[in-house]
Design a protein around this ligand. Structure first.
Ligand SMILES: Nc1nc2c(c(=O)[nH]1)N[C@H]1C(S)=C(S)[C@@H](COP(=O)(O)O)O[C@H]1N2
Ligand SMILES: [Mo]
Length: 370
């Protein structure tokens, strides 16, 4: 049959399109993706916990989210050159002939199409997100979450299908290929360079090498970066008669002067943005749990916080009881000894330990006991 005649296919001369190279890179890539997946899952659960988990989220370690989200972005960025190297190693398989040999073979190729497609989209959209660039009409977080499951499902299928081949090439056979050694060195160097020049956005001692990350964690008003400025949020000037409303069994209102007269506490806590940067600061203000007590909140109450901001995805935030009652969770009025800059949430913002930056609500106007 003419239809099935072999078309002129390219030939591949490199000796590196072979399983041992694919296995070595696959192991690194697998480790990066596993780290990225688990830390991403954690981030998702912290931001949007299912009901059964909500009251069990830990507010410690204080730097927990800073570390896991830093790792998430670091491993995701490292996965990009690794995925490139892996795809280069195996891409001649695209030109296999015949393209489909059997039903299982067709399914395997289909699963690889899903795996590669979802992985590329996942890493690409994730990278754009770290650059704060959302050029698509769909909600980033949900898409990123579902694509991750698709990619991980595809990855597990792929590992299962290739298990015999992986096992056969797991150990090094001496003498190794000199070409392979150079290729793997080049891949290691690329991963090292992209990691070292971006990780400084979350790893303090790499700060001076932070050339390509979108943020330097020490640049911004009061030495802290800002994601959404007061101008963008339309809150540059809090109304002169600003008051904090605390709605609980005993509804209360506080002017800024009254809040400043309540007992003040300080806490060294980081802002750890989901986009990968993080920065520590010393925050001072009123303990949220003191406000809850004053408002007559029952033990175990959580709260809902509303911002002055007219709209935006982070205008309203809910805080489970474990955070609300943590002695380090503050309604901060000051940072590093100064009154909050409008960009950091003047007159008052939430700061809590082990929480994603998106939940550290700025320009707070109302706290409801729930
Ligand atoms: N009301 C409100 N609060 C907000 C945001 C926002 O857009 N609106 N952005 C959040 C995000 S994504 C982060 S990372 C932190 C950053 O705090 P900073 O700008 O003071 O560094 O604020 C959070 N609080
Ligand atoms: Mo953020």
């Amino acid at each position: 049959m003419d239809l099935l005649r072999r078309p002129p296919l390219p030939t591949f001369r490199s000796a590196l399109h072979e399983p041992r190279t694919a296995v070595v890179i696959g192991r690194w890539l697998g480790a990066a993706l596993l780290t990225c997946f688990l830390t991403g899952l954690l981030s998702h659960l912290l931001q949007q916990p299912p009901g059964w988990l909500r009251d069990h989220l830990p507010s410690r370690p204080v730097d927990g989210y800073r570390v896991t989200q830093g790792l998430h972005v670091i491993s995701g960025i490292a996965a990009i050159p690794l995925l490139g190297a892996k795809l280069w190693t195996v891409y001649p398989k695209l030109f296999e002939w015949p393209p489909v040999r059997s039903v299982p073979h067709a399914l395997e190729r289909l699963s690889i199409a899903v795996l590669v497609g979802s992985m590329l989209l996942e890493l690409f959209t994730g990278l754009l997100n770290t650059l704060q660039w959302y050029p698509w009409p769909f909600p980033f977080r949900q898409t990123h979450f579902w694509l991750a499951w698709l990619a991980v499902g595809g990855l597990l299928l792929h590992i299962a299908a290739k298990a015999p081949l992986i096992a056969a090439h797991w150990r090094r056979v001496r003498p190794g290929l000199a070409q392979r050694r150079s290729f793997l060195t080049a891949v290691t160097v690329s991963v090292g360079v992209v990691t070292l020049t971006t990780a400084g956005q979350s790893v303090p001692w790499l700060r001076t090498l932070d050339l390509f990350a979108p943020r330097r964690p020490d640049i911004g008003p009061q030495g802290l970066p800002v994601n959404r400025t007061a101008a963008q949020a339309g809150t540059t000037t809090a109304p002169a008669d600003w008051q904090l409303r605390v709605d609980g069994p005993r509804p209360l209102r506080f002017s800024l002067a009254e809040l400043s007269q309540l007992p003040q506490f300080s806490a060294d806590l980081p802002i750890a943005c989901v986009e990968g940067w993080s920065a520590g600061a010393r925050w001072t203000g009123v303990r949220v749990r003191d406000l809850l007590d004053l408002a007559g909140a029952p033990a175990g109450a959580g709260l809902r916080v509303t911002s002055l901001e007219a709209d935006g995805p982070y205008r309203v935030m809910e805080m489970p009881s474990s955070y609300a009652h943590d002695p380090l969770t503050l309604l901060a009025l000051r940072v590093n000894g100064e009154v909050l800059d409008p960009d950091h949430g003047y007159p008052a913002r939430i700061i809590a330990p082990n929480r994603p930056g998106v939940l550290q609500t700025k320009w707070v106007t109302r706290i409801e006991v729930i």
